[in-house]
Structure formats: structure tokens, C-alpha cells
Design a protein around this ligand. Structure first.
Ligand code: PHE
Length: 503
């Protein structure tokens, strides 16, 4: 039998009695690991070898874990000090025991938590007892730490190992290892004699011009063989989804708005009939800029109409806020907390001139809020802003638009809840169901702009508008449970590399 050179080498190096690691076979046969792997799969396809895969676990102590191997676990120190202080006979003052143990800083909390967990004694209202039967000297986690340090991980208890990993004292990594073993057919082939086939692995101009190509034997390619996984750069899933959202909205007849991330409170809040003493306008909610802190090129006549709407309301029966309104507050610069600032710029005619209904505009841009980080909140996120200007709009138009929009992302279970915004009436929030947790998640806020917003802007037909969260849309589409997996310093690179784009 004749086989390509790499296959011959793997066949001759593999063993019939036991699987051998392909990387070792490659080393011995003087092949590159990829070439040996490819040859092994080709031989497997011919039934001459069997390829098996196994996952090996590697255990390595972290710096903190290594430190404890040389010293002792903080809870062991605490137990020793407690027993020395007589806590095995009755409760003694915790302050005294901790002082004597030599523990300080974060080690104190670590010691207390593990002391409690391991039942070394009880801790109650500033006093500590020690269980005289506890065997802190023979601690199984300490034993496991030492076993890993000495390369005898098989001696360690599995539960102790997983506890060490949870405590951050041990890092466990996995490696997939492939092995080859000769099959009976492989042994028979070897015994019958295997020679090297002179095969050609690429077609050259010389082979073509000389006509030799007609006689040579070409190497067969196995296009299904596993290849080494090379992590490559790719467009972030959030950016991909933002682009899809833009395409979808353009397809629905919308045009894109652009504008500043840092903007005057005038555009962010005042145009939206948000009273200047509204809690959402404080630094608890928004990020202000210290320098420069103001702009001075606001459109004067619009400022005047907005001031009057705040003070006196609009129309003959209008009601204002009866609270102070100051132009320098309106000129203050903030990082925009929503992109409704862009809607105000466009609706007022300030950006691209007066607009005639019907018009539809959108943006998919970043907004900034002084929120507390948690699985569903970040300090900055992407907002899908949009509005439709037309005669006689109703809530049914708004609901229909959302239903059509979200359907294109596979979300068909939208729910609506009445809501309050100072700038829209009626207003409602939108919710979808998380595909993994089944929880109802808020995905956006919307409404029909009030007269107090539209009249100063000079708009005399209806405008329905919304701000939706791109990240929450992503959570519903892909089932992410923590927004921080997707962006920010804690993001999960593996998840970002492997998530497939949904179409
Ligand atoms: N600005 C609102 C928010 O950020 C969204 C919204 C825009 C609501 C326009 C109604 C109208 O939550």
C-alpha cells in the first residue's frame, strides 16, 4: 500500500496497544502537529487508525494559594488563636482573638467566613467559640493545596479542590488532547508493507507546461478535517445588531439623525418640558461637564418660546410649572442621558430646516446615565431613538410600529404598560420576555409628544416617539443574562467570539 509521507510516518509511530497523543507522535515522526493531526484524520477515514479526544484538567495555584501553602489558611490561624485564648471552653472576645491571630485587612473576613463554613466554631455578637473537636490542623483544603503544589493532585479530595477554585486559590484549565491508535486494519496494512506515495500537493505552471500533470498523483485534501482554531478580530455583536437595527429602520422609511454626545441641557431637558427642578436633571442621574460648562449659541427665539411654555404653559388654558426657569441652567453642558436631544434638534428645524409631515427619523447612538451597575444597567448604553411626524397619530400607530419593528428580530410577545413622561401624553413602556429566565424585561419607553413640547418647536401636527435599549434587545435576541458579559471590562471574550449572528 502506498500512502503520502505524513500518513506513513503517523502509521509507523502509532501503537496498536494503546492510544498515543498526536503531539507526541508528531514530535517523534518529525512532523508539525497540524500535519500529524491532518494525517491522523485521513488515516482514520481509511479505517487504519482510531482518533480519540480527551479533556485534561490542569491545576495551578494562584498567588494567594501559593502564599497559604507556605504559611497556613487564615481560618487555621484564627482557630489556633481562638483555642489559645480559651474559646474551646467558652465564648471569648473576637477583637482579642483577631489581635492575637496576626490577621489583618481582607484576611480577617476570609478567616471569619471560612471558620464559620467549616464549623470550626461559632461567631456571635462580637464573641467567638472554638469547637474542641474540629481538626483545623488536618484541614482538607490545606491538604489539597499542598497536593497541588507537590504535583499530586490525584491525592486531593474533589470537593476540596472545587472549594479552592471557588475561593480563588486554584485555577483549573482544560486542554483537549487527541490521540491515535492503530486499528486491526492498520496493523494488517503495516505488516503488508506501506510505502511512500510520491504525491504532488500543488499544481505549478511547470507541471502544466511540461504536461507532467497528466501522470502525477495529487494529494487528496480532507476539507472536513479539524483545523487549529485561530481567534480573529470580528465586528462586536452589539455593533452588528446596531447596524441591523439601522438597516431595518431605513427599510421602514426612516432617515438617520446625528448630533453631539455632549449637549446643552436645553436640548436634553428644557425642550422636553422637563422642569428645571426635576430630579432626573440632577447629578444623581446625569453627568455634567466641568469644562466647558456652558454653550452660548442657543436659538434665541426658541429659548424664549421654551421659557414661556415652562412658565405659563401653551394655549389659552395652558399651565406652566410655577417654578423658576433660568437660561444659564439651560445652557449647561451634560453628557446626554437620552438621544431625545437629537429629536428636539431635528424637530425644531435647527438641524436641517423646517420639516413637513409626514417625516420619520431615527438614531442608534450612545447615551450616558449615572446608574448603579447591575446585570441590566450600565453607565452608558445604546438607545434606539425614533419619531414619526404625521397628522392624526394614535397609540395604535405606535404599537403597530413597535410590533413591526420587533418582529424583524424574532420578538413577537411585546407587552405595553401605561407610563409617565413629562414630555409625552399618553406614554407607555414596552416589555419583552427573556428567552432564558422567562423574566419580563423593560425594553423601551415611548409616547406622543405633548403640546408643551411641540408648540414651542413650531410643529403643528402629531409626533409619536420612542427610546429603546439596544442592549436589552440583544438580551432578548441572544439570551444574555448579564449585560456586562457583552461590554465593559468584565465582558466574556469567549462568548463574543462564538456567538453566531442571528438573521
Ligand atoms: N427619552 C425616553 C427615555 O430615555 C424615551 C422616549 C423618547 C420616550 C421619546 C418618549 C418619547 O427613556
Amino acid at each position: 500500500m502506498k500512502l503520502p509521507q505524513a500518513q506513513v510516518a503517523v502509521l509507523q509511530t502509532a501503537d496498536a496497544d494503546e492510544p498515543r497523543r498526536i503531539d507526541e507522535v508528531a514530535d517523534e515522526a518529525d512532523l508539525k502537529p497540524e500535519a500529524a493531526t491532518r494525517a491522523a484524520f485521513e488515516l482514520e477515514a481509511d479505517g487504519l487508525v482510531a482518533v480519540t479526544e480527551a479533556t485534561l484538567e490542569h491545576y495551578e495555584l494562584t498567588a494567594e494559594g501559593r502564599q497559604y501553602v507556605y504559611e497556613s489558611l487564615p481560618e487555621q490561624d484564627l482557630y489556633e488563636a481562638a483555642v489559645d485564648a480559651g474559646a474551646d471552653e467558652g465564648a471569648v472576645s473576637m477583637g482579642q482573638v483577631i489581635g492575637a491571630s496576626g490577621l489583618d485587612g481582607p484576611a480577617v473576613d476570609i478567616a471569619l467566613a471560612n471558620y464559620n463554613r467549616k464549623g470550626y466554631g461559632a461567631i456571635d455578637s462580637g464573641e467567638i467559640t472554638a469547637d474542641p473537636d474540629a481538626d483545623a490542623g488536618g484541614d482538607s483544603e490545606m491538604f489539597a493545596l499542598e497536593a497541588v503544589a507537590d504535583g499530586r493532585v490525584e491525592d486531593a479530595d474533589a470537593e476540596a479542590l472545587s472549594q479552592l477554585e471557588r475561593r480563588g486559590l486554584l485555577a483549573v484549565s482544560e486542554e483537549t488532547v487527541r490521540s491515535v491508535q492503530l486499528t486491526d486494519d492498520g496493523v494488517t496494512a503495516l505488516m503488508g508493507g506501506v510505502g511512500t506515495a510520491e504525491t504532488v500537493d500543488r499544481l505549478t505552471p511547470e507541471l502544466l507546461t511540461s504536461g507532467e500533470w497528466e501522470d502525477v498523483e495529487f494529494t487528496e485534501y480532507n476539507v472536513a478535517a479539524d483545523a487549529e482554531d485561530v481567534p480573529h478580530g470580528k465586528e462586536h455583536i452589539l455593533r452588528q445588531t446596531a447596524n441591523r437595527v439601522k438597516d431595518t429602520l431605513v427599510g421602514m422609511g426612516f432617515q438617520e439623525m446625528e448630533g453631539p454626545h455632549v449637549d446643552a441641557q436645553f436640548w436634553i431637558n428644557d425642550c422636553l418640558f422637563m422642569p428645571q427642578d426635576h430630579p432626573a436633571r440632577t447629578h444623581w442621574d446625569q453627568f455634567a461637564l466641568s469644562a466647558p460648562d456652558e454653550i452660548d449659541d442657543l436659538p434665541e427665539d426658541l429659548v424664549e418660546r421654551v421659557r414661556s411654555a415652562h412658565l405659563e404653559g401653551v394655549g389659552p388654558d395652558g399651565e406652566g410649572y410655577h417654578s423658576p426657569w433660568a437660561e444659564d441652567v439651560a445652557r449647561g453642558l451634560d453628557l446626554r442621558g437620552h438621544t431625545t436631544s437629537l429629536s428636539m434638534r431635528y424637530l425644531s428645524g435647527h438641524e436641517i430646516g423646517e420639516l413637513e409631515p409626514p417625516e420619520r427619523f431615527f438614531s442608534v447612538e450612545k447615551v450616558y446615565r449615572n446608574d448603579t451597575l447591575d446585570p441590566t444597567h450600565l453607565l452608558e448604553f445604546f438607545q434606539i431613538e425614533g419619531w414619526v411626524m404625521a397628522e392624526d397619530l394614535s397609540v395604535r400607530d405606535l404599537m403597530g410600529t413597535f410590533t413591526e419593528f420587533y418582529e424583524q428580530f424574532g420578538i413577537t410577545d411585546l407587552e405595553f404598560k401605561p407610563h409617565y413622561n413629562p414630555y409625552t401624553e399618553p406614554s407607555f413602556e414596552l416589555f419583552g420576555t427573556h428567552p432564558e429566565t422567562g423574566e419580563v424585561v423593560e425594553v423601551g419607553n415611548s409616547g406622543i409628544f405633548r403640546e408643551e413640547v411641540l408648540s414651542p418647536l413650531g410643529v403643528d401636527c402629531d409626533v409619536m416617539a420612542w427610546g429603546l435599549s439596544l442592549e436589552r434587545l440583544l438580551m432578548l435576541m441572544y439570551g444574555f443574562e448579564d449585560i456586562r458579559d457583552v461590554h465593559g471590562t468584565l465582558c466574556d471574550l469567549d462568548l463574543l467570539r462564538t456567538t453566531e449572528v442571528l438573521h
